[in-house]
Design a protein around this ligand. Sequence first.
Ligand code: FVH
Length: 303
Amino acid sequence: MIGVAETNRNPNPPTDITLLGLGAMGGALAAALLDAGHSVTVWNRTPGRDTDLVARGARTAGSAREAVSASPVVVACLLKHDSVHETLDPVVDALRGRTLVNVTTTTPNEARELASWAADHGVDYLDGAIMAVPAMISSRAGQIFYSGSRTAYDALLPIIETWATSEFHGEDAGRASLVDLAMLSGMYQMFAGFLHGAAMVGSVGMSAADFAARQAPFLAAMTGELAGFADVVDGGDYTVPNQQSLDFSDLSHIVRASQDQGVDPAPIAAVQALIDRQVAAGHGSEGFARVYESLRAGELVGR
Ligand code: FVH
């Protein structure tokens, strides 16, 4: 990964930018570009979403072709992978020789497919994965991961930094998306874990708000354990001392408690299944981090 400080800044970045897609995120990105003094051309499939941006100085394009033709840099912030092709396939001849920054959420393979499609049509392709909600755009709290064309990243850094903290993750166009989706995987499983706990205590009348007030500081403290797990995983030795063993980590009592309360134990049962696989493979005395091996191998038993 290449961080912001390690990039070659372009002292004369292009100032004309086209933004395709004026949904919640596209609108925020366009507004940030206008605030930074860029000349911004906007286009949206459904007319009428550009009113505020035009009032702030954006030029509006009557068609995707006109929008693409207006600037050397075209940013696509559309709903999904298919939307990008639906918008750009018919105008790909106009895109030739320009840079496409695609911040539409895609899977890694969809990003790679778009990079390959762009290369076939003479388009420099930079994929972006946004780790922010629209309200975080223009703040350093937001992060956007990029991968694909390093040339494009270096040239555009002064522009894309107006949106959020930028990180370049390499020339595999799918990598930014992969990191993004891996981050979201952890987040959604944490949310599901919280909701499962809320359902357990809800069965005896505790409100979700009461539970959240207790769970939030506990989870925040537990994130301090992540670096230790990471050290064990990266070191590849799950026998290092002072770890909680898989045998000790048996969670079947939580599964039973959930069932006893009439609550679906699916989230915690999934964790227990990962533990069981490693214990069955003879690794019960090793650390909890060993469940990584089952996940990484994509198979039921450890290597
Ligand atoms: N909003 C957020 O918090 C998240 C944060 C993380 C990253 N995402 C991704 O950003 C992409 C755009 O998200 P959005 O919030 O702007 O989404 P919407 O407000 O729903 O707007 C969607 C825009 O896409 C246009 N669109 C949809 N399908 C097509 C199509 N086939 N051809 C052309 N344009 C299309 C839609 O146009 P319209 O419905 O107004 O005509 C909107 O402009 C997204 O990948 C998030 O995952 C945001």
